[in-house]
Design a protein around this ligand. Structure first.
Ligand code: HEM
Length: 390
């Protein structure tokens, strides 16, 4: 029996089979008010692009740059500096510096090093897999930044604790853990920054060099955005990896194809990110009255930008339900955002995840896996358990 549709786009994120629903959302008006969620929805390629490109659609409400639960805390201090959470001047220079430094990363070397790392950590059970989805991408980023291997496990654990502050679903204990983690991460990056001269060729050294020309010297802002690189990697890359493992399970021919052409992993991961994206939505807040294609949204409104509906927009992709195979022209990946806040870490995420999949695919083949999804309002991250999928 077909599953009932998700009740709304936030419920679709963790629904077992949400993509026919997303496709129908894309067929409707690009911008509409949702009475149930009491906010606006931007859907389909047109709605998503229009809102993400609009200068008055901001990442935070003008009156509340930091959520009340974080104001005056270590997490709040990081949050208020993140490029991801700012617009205008506070966004432009740090974003340019990060994008330039991330753009210089030697992806072939990153992939080779992560392949080595992932080959040393092939998950042998569902529980190990659940941990590895988060750990390996964070180990790879920690390595790239310049941290020593002995520091990676603590950094990965602290990053997972820290990202709890970004979810409205976190409880009091998780929020307290996030504050401790924020302090520890800031201290870790402060120490690393003091050693940056001894880390030539690291991503940290590239960021420090790139920051000199535009004069981005604010230590708090730099530190916060370094933490941001780990936090942006954490859940999204775990989701992409998990969804790629789901693709191997649900598309029986894929495994043999990838075994025959492992160099196609980055390309197929781009398509997994379109077909079963890790990040299903993001939010924008109108700073002024906004008119998009004749629809007026008053200042101060929230818009849920349904990225996953753009990924399954039949007007943009000929067969949105089909995972295009290696060799087919790969489609656009709205799952990485668009416009001035679009993800600068996309190629890095693909290189890391490609290495993990290459290292793990064969070993995972014999493991009986079932899955559900971690509770989340925006990230689709499988939780695996031992057993056959029902
Ligand atoms: C599969 C993995 C990833 C996915 C699906 C993903 C997705 C996204 C999305 C959707 C946004 C835009 C959010 C918005 O506009 O509201 C974003 C922004 C961002 N991502 Fe990623 N990301 C991934 C991995 C990474 C990695 C590995 C890094 C770091 C190397 C990274 C760094 C960033 C940063 C710094 C931003 C903020 C950009 C800005 O606001 O200007 N991401 N990401």
């Amino acid at each position: 029996m077909p599953l009932a549709d998700p009740a709304h786009p936030l419920a679709a994120v963790t629904h077992a089979a949400p993509y026919a629903y997303y496709r129908r959302l894309a067929e409707g008006p690009p911008l509409r008010f949702d009475a149930q969620l009491d906010c606006w929805l931007a859907t389909g390629m047109a709605g998503v692009r229009a809102v993400l490109e609009h200068p008055d659609c901001r990442v935070r409400p003008v009156s509340q740059p930091v959520p009340d639960t974080l104001a005056g805390t270590p997490c709040g201090a990081i949050f208020m500096e993140l490029v991801r959470m700012n617009d205008g001047e506070r966004h432009a220079v740090p974003k340019q510096v990060l994008a330039q430094a991330l753009g210089q990363v030697d992806l072939a070397r990153l992939q080779a090093q992560t392949l080595q790392m992932a080959s040393d950590h092939v998950p042998a059970s569902a529980a190990q897999l659940n941990d590895a989805l988060f750990q390996l991408p964070l180990f790879a980023m920690a390595d790239l930044l310049g941290f020593a291997p002995a520091q990676w496990p603590a950094l990965a654990a602290r990053t997972r604790d820290f990202v709890a502050c970004l979810s409205p679903l976190s409880n009091v204990a998780q929020l307290a853990g996030a504050q401790e983690a924020a302090d520890a991460l800031l201290q870790g990056f402060s120490r690393l920054l003091r050693e940056v001269d001894a880390l030539p060729g690291s991503l940290l050294a590239a960021i420090v060099t790139e920051a000199e020309a535009p004069g981005w010297h604010a230590a708090g802002s730099l530190l916060a955005n370094l933490v941001g690189l780990l936090s942006q990697t954490c859940e999204a890359t775990a989701g992409m990896l998990g969804n790629a493992i789901v693709a191997l399970r649900t598309q029986p021919a894929l495994h043999a194809q990838m075994r025959a052409a492992p160099q196609s992993w980055p390309a197929i991961l781009r398509e997994v990110s379109r077909h079963d994206p890790a990040i299903h939505n993001t939010r924008r807040y109108t700073a002024e009255d906004v008119d998009i294609d004749g629809v007026r949204v008053a200042a101060g409104q929230m818009i849920v930008v349904v990225l996953a509906s753009a990924c399954h927009d039949a007007g943009a992709h000929a067969e949105p339900d089909v995972l295009q195979r290696p060799g087919s022209p790969m489609l656009a990946t709205p799952g990485f955002g668009h416009g001035r806040h679009g993800c600068p870490g996309q190629s890095i995420a693909h290189a890391i995840a490609a290495a993990c999949m290459q290292a793990w695919a064969d070993g995972l083949e014999g493991l009986p896996l079932a899955w559900t999804y971690r509770p989340s309002l925006n990230a689709r991250i499988p939780i695996f358990s031992q057993g056959a999928r029902s």
